[in-house]
Design a protein around this ligand. Sequence first.
Ligand code: MN3
Length: 201
Amino acid sequence: MAFTLPPLPYDYDALEPHIDKLTMEIHHDKHHQAYVDNLNKAIAGTENENKSLEELVKNAGTYSAAVRNNAGGNWNHTFFWQIMSPDGGGKPEGKLAQAIDETFGSLDAMKEKFNAAGAGRFGSGWAWLGVADGKLTICSTPNQDNPLMDVAECKCTPVLGCDVWEHAYYLKYQNKRGDYLKQFWDVVNWKKASENFENAQ
Ligand code: MN3
């Protein structure tokens, strides 16, 4: 079964003014589509053809670079679209809010640490808030790796993640990755993040 591009769960302009329509069109329809297409090419006719995306991601280090990069690209972007919402922003509630306060001291302190992880990632990659051994942690991964991969330096189950590749922000923010990361919090879908947190427990 070949992988297909999941539809964006909202309109291309739904995250305006924080993330612009053209960026979303190119990011979803061109970049994410390319990861899906290249993953299908990389596994076609091989023993990996019928493996799930989760399995390809988990054991990424045992496959070719093409499988690792494009399975990661497909998983990461599918996750990313869901962790943002036109009704996003504000504050987390319940257990996730409590865990953020306990681990980082405050929501603002967590955001600062997350943004530093994203800003400090040299070149392209992702910043993550995740759960490891029942506790929240923040880290970043290079390229299209993620913390579920066997090759990850920081292993955790993602609660939320932010794409810090230039293609995610360059049209609106140019070189100002830090400004993009600040705006990201205004579209974070905390409801989805809470679901991810509770499923990771
Ligand atoms: Mn991207």
